[in-house]
Design a binder for this molecule. Structure first.
Ligand SMILES: C[S@@+](CC[C@H](N)C(=O)[O-])C[C@H]1O[C@@H](n2cnc3c(N)ncnc32)[C@H](O)[C@@H]1O
Length: 203
């Protein structure tokens, strides 16, 4: 795939992502639901979780979670992303909202936040705000589960984090309860992402 020309260079602005979705340049998109999320959902089949997907992009996971009986809300601040997700999801497009994660108020109390390629889409200066907002949105026992991108290159997105830095950001609010290598990464994340689950602790 040749890289199109883009004018927006600031990934903290919706225009950056609009340009990419409008030109169908989405190299981070998996085109489906990754294995660890499927396993997580199967392990919680008796007790589906109210789930929020921040920065959902095309939102493939929405259809999967909905089919499993989960209450899912997906948000994205890029109008072009929301339009593309709704096109893909058809009737389930009603689960996708155009909203900025930092000021979105979920319709119901959230039990799970699903993370994939959202934290690493953010400039690192915003990471403390992302983690603090996760913590605000989740009750004690609530979880952030998903994929974390570890890389030393300062260039992004995707912006890689290192393990110590992620621990320092998360441990004031969360305890890590799962951490494993990923069997089915796409090329951009191959060998550099891990599936992790973090549980909200009491303040
Ligand atoms: C790299 S894409 C990942 C999309 C999707 N999670 C996936 O795995 O394919 C990052 C997404 O986050 C969205 N995003 C970035 N900052 C956001 C914010 N503050 N609020 C809501 N969405 C945001 C972008 O519009 C983009 O769709």
């Amino acid at each position: 795939m040749t890289t199109p020309t883009f004018t927006s260079r600031d990934p903290s602005a919706p225009q950056f992502w609009d340009e990419r979705f409008e030109q169908a340049f989405t190299p981070w998109d998996r085109g489906g639901v990754p294995a660890d999320l499927q396993a997580f959902v199967q392990n919680h089949a008796v007790q589906p979780l109210v789930t929020l997907i921040p920065g959902c992009g095309l939102g493939h996971e929405v259809a999967y979670l909905h089919a499993a009986g989960w209450d899912v809300t997906a948000i994205d601040f890029s109008p072009a992303a929301v339009m593309a997700a709704r096109l893909l999801l058809g009737a389930l497009g009603e689960h996708v909202c155009e909203a900025d994660f930092f000021d979105f108020i979920p319709p119901r109390a959230v039990q799970l936040i699903y993370e994939r390629a959202f934290l690493c889409a953010m400039p690192p200066r915003l990471w403390p705000q992302v983690v603090a907002r996760w913590a605000e949105l989740l009750p004690v026992g609530g979880r952030v589960a998903g994929y974390f991108f570890f890389d030393a290159s300062p260039k992004g997105p995707p912006f890689g984090i290192d393990i110590a830095q992620l621990d320092a950001l998360m441990t004031p609010y969360f305890e890590q309860i799962d951490d494993r290598s990923v069997p089915d990464s796409i090329a951009v994340f191959q060998g550099k992402e891990r599936w992790q689950v973090w549980q909200r602790r009491a303040d």
